[in-house]
Structures are given as structure tokens and as C-alpha cells.
Ligand binder design. Structure first.
Ligand SMILES: [Zn+2]
Ligand SMILES: [Zn+2]
Length: 236
């Protein structure tokens, strides 16, 4: 475990139906791996709506690890709608917005890009992170999206699971490096997320670390190195 990266911004629990661990198990593993903070970012399209109300009753600290309550919301229409009501987009601590094929069909590069621009236009104040933009099944214009993300104080995710063949994403080390280099050109913040669907993956950043080294990403723009930097970013 690289001690430099002390928080993990993206993970799932048993509640979504394809996670294998509870919040408690994720927190225990995070503590063992010396993480200081984790974000529980359940798939908004896969859990009952009440989940995002009741998750607020989960303690803010478990086993010495701070717990932020969030969601990974699905982009569900080309006009920029996402799969979570405004009241939860505003009450949760961290919001990741992602394309998932189960809820929207991939289109051409220019159409996917326009969809994402519409999401930012409609929900830019509520969204903190754009999730796994490296998936070439949803090809987008990296330059335009990184520029717009920066203008709206939205981070670009470096998703450690994207290179896991089980995820089924269409990507490569070179493609993710291109995304990172474009984000760097626009001075975008990046957030490293394990996208763990089981406790053993929490804080696993092996792929992400190789990519950060290859891109020489500036440390001040990596949100995972400091809790206050991350919280200040979320407070936009
Ligand atoms: Zn996702
Ligand atoms: Zn995810």
C-alpha cells in the first residue's frame, strides 16, 4: 500500500446487488490498509431510493476511518439527466457521474461528448467527479470534457479497476494515459478510485500509481493525498 494516497473515492457494497462486502467490512479493510477516509458511492440506479436517506445514519467514522456518503449516479439521457433526485444529489457528500451501458446506449464520439456536456450544464454544481471516462465504448472528446470539467470544478477520475479485464471496459494503459495527459494540460483535479466491489480491493491503486508516474501528474492536483484538500474541493 502506497502511504501517499490516504483516501479512496469510489467503492460499492452488497446493497447494489453486485458488491460482495458491507460498509463495515470495507471500513475494516480500509483501516488495515491505513486509509484515512473512504467514500461509499453506491450505484444510484441499483439501490432503493431510501438507501440514500438511510445511509446518513451510518457513523461518520468507523475503525478510525472517516466515511463519506455518496453515490455513483448513472447518466440516463442525452439531455443530461442522471438517476438520482436533486435532494440526494445535494445532501450526499460526494457525487460521481458515470456512463453505464445498462442505462444508456453508447453513441458516436460527438454525441457522447454532447451528452456529458449536457450533464455538466444540468448538474455541474452537484457533481464532483466524472467516473471512468476511459471507457472507449463511450468514446468522448477528452480535450473538451477536461476543459469543461475544470471550468466547473469537477475532477476527472483515475479508476483503478478500468484495466481489470473482468470490468469489461474497453480501454488500455495508453488510452488512460492520454486522458490523464489531457487532464494535466487543463490543470484538472484527479481522484483515484478503486471502484472496489469487495473489501479486498479497497485502496488498491497499483494501476493508478503506474499511470500517475507515467504522466508525472502534479501532486497538488491529486485529491487523494490530503483529506483537507479533498474536502475543500468538495465544498465548491
Ligand atoms: Zn461505474
Ligand atoms: Zn463504480
Amino acid at each position: 500500500m502506497n502511504k501517499k494516497y490516504i483516501l479512496d473515492t469510489h467503492m460499492h457494497t452488497t446493497s447494489c446487488g453486485h458488491g460482495y462486502s458491507t460498509i463495515k467490512e470495507l471500513a475494516i479493510e480500509a483501516a488495515e490498509r491505513k486509509l484515512e477516509l473512504i467514500c461509499i458511492t453506491e450505484h444510484s440506479g441499483l439501490v432503493p431510493r431510501a438507501f440514500f436517506k438511510d445511509i446518513m445514519d451510518v457513523p461518520n467514522q468507523l475503525y478510525g476511518v472517516e466515511i463519506l456518503k455518496g453515490a455513483e449516479v448513472d447518466i440516463i439521457s442525452s439531455s443530461g439527466d442522471v438517476s438520482l433526485a436533486d435532494k440526494y444529489l445535494e445532501s450526499l457528500h460526494v457525487i460521481i457521474a458515470s456512463f453505464h451501458r445498462s442505462l444508456i446506449d453508447p453513441k458516436s464520439k460527438s454525441e457522447n461528448t454532447q451528452t456529458l456536456l449536457n450533464v455538466i450544464k444540468k448538474h455541474g454544481k452537484q457533481i464532483n467527479i466524472l467516473g471512468h471516462l476511459d471507457d472507449l465504448r463511450f468514446e468522448i472528446d477528452y480535450d473538451l470534457i477536461c476543459k469543461t470539467a475544470k471550468e466547473n470544478n469537477i475532477a476527472i477520475e483515475l479508476n483503478d479497476s478500468s484495466l481489470n479485464p473482468n470490468k469489461g471496459r474497453l480501454t488500455s494503459f495508453e488510452n488512460i494515459l492520454e486522458l490523464l495527459n489531457t487532464a494535466k494540460k487543463h490543470n484538472c483535479y484527479i481522484s483515484i478510485g478503486s471502484d472496489a466491489h469487495n473489501a479486498w480491493k479497497v485502496g488498491s491503486f497499483e494501476n493508478a500509481i503506474k499511470l500517475i508516474e507515467a504522466s508525472k501528474y502534479p501532486e497538488e492536483l491529486i485529491l487523494n493525498t490530503d483529506i483537507n484538500k479533498f474536502k475543500n474541493f468538495l465544498a465548491k
